[in-house]
Write a protein that binds this ligand. Sequence first.
Ligand code: KIV
Ligand code: ZN
Length: 510
Amino acid sequence: MSNKLIIFDTTLRDGEQSPGASMTKDEKVRIAKVLEKMRVDVIEAGFAVASQGDFEAVQAVANAVRDSTICSLARALDKDIDRAGEALKNARSARIHTFIATSNIHMKMKLRMSPAQVVAQAVHSIKRARKWSDDVEFSPEDAGRSDKDFLCRIIEAAIKAGANTINIPDTVGYNIPHQFGQMIKSLIERIPNADKAIFSAHCHNDLGLAVANSLSAVMNGAQQVECTINGLGERAGNTSLEEVVMAIRTRQDVFACDTNIDTTHILSASRLVSSVTGFIVQPNKAIVGANAFAHEAGIHQDGVLKYRETYEIMRAEEVGWNANQLVLGKHSGRNAFKARLTELGVVFADEASLNDAFERFKELADKKHQIFDEDLQILISEIQTQSSETIKLVSLRVCTDTGKKNTATVVLSIDGEQKTATASTSGAVDATFSAINSMIDMDLNLQLYSVSNVTQGTDSLGEVNVRLEYGGRIVSGQGADTDIITASAKAYIHGLNKMLAATHRAHPQV
Ligand code: KIV
Ligand code: ZN
């Protein structure tokens, strides 16, 4: 494609930096497989040096994905770059993304380095990264607030040292669209060797302008956009992949470029990321929100029925809506089940795990006759997480009576040993959580609790999301069941297990 815009997805790295959004290795691989199917050009799989788990996750994604370039973030430090290079060894196409802060406030207060030292370190790191891969990206962190002359100086040196992509981050989401676009344009015009690199935009959404800033960058010469599914990311998030891609696809009269993205996978990617991280998509979110293509006012419905384009600028089918047909049911066989999961990017380690998953599918199909892709994704998430959990839900009994206290009796298996506790409070969920709390020695702070339906109908799985805080660490937990009190218990226990398993991880920007 001529004038192709490169889509660099950082859901698994910058998206994961969102408190509570951490993902396991298996979850990252599942998301990466969907991104690959969507034809994302570059997948930033993580920050390999952050921990052994992060290293293994980048490695697993590099092994599993063949059609997209796999990237690891690295600070401009030897140990980071070497760790990224090691993790990417098996990738068919590997990129190292190294960065160092360039704004005065970051250089002085965070790095405590002079501008000359920052340039020297960037150059050294890019040269080291080039020893691992021919594909090296450099980001001057907080470029949005950096001195423009200094940016020209460091970027020129970075390209000379071997960086072939120059990413311009608006790290704190401070820029305004025309200003950010102008900055990209002027950098490309002023830097003498700018033609030797691809310029990229990386915008944060603190002022709700990440997508607008990215599009402005594209109109001013950026050939790559960094983005995340659902706009996931620290604070107010990153540029939303689905919004950028669909804006460009829909307004081909304005943009002189297009992406390779197969947009029909957008909705399934959105749902998978939401269910894995527990970050719910707001109903009025563009493209992937439940109401994005819903018309309520009678006048709109009438218009749409007569002639769709009266009120619709995109077709829902283009982004995967309405593709959600019934996929499996009670009478579906093992082969159909396996084939559908292969389609969703799930690979079974052996026959035993396939048989186990099939058994659980049959149990679910007994409770809920129509099984959709979303149900299968949740089933697989549960299987993958429960196998490594130290605390497991054995059974739950809840008695509710209007106007009286609700009583929950929970049986847990903790490190293989069964424990039982009962609690009575004014709410069934509260009683369930209180009973669990009485069996563990942790004073967890419940920061968020939400329930949503996974598919339509009263027999739908109810999915519960919790966000738990303990000693400053935040995790999210998800649980699904046709009974929402059981789903609540599963979500709480899932979060609890994550809290117990959480190890120290370095944050790239701290
Ligand atoms: O926002 C940012 O500056 C980043 C860099 C590490 C690229 O995420
Ligand atoms: Zn960022």
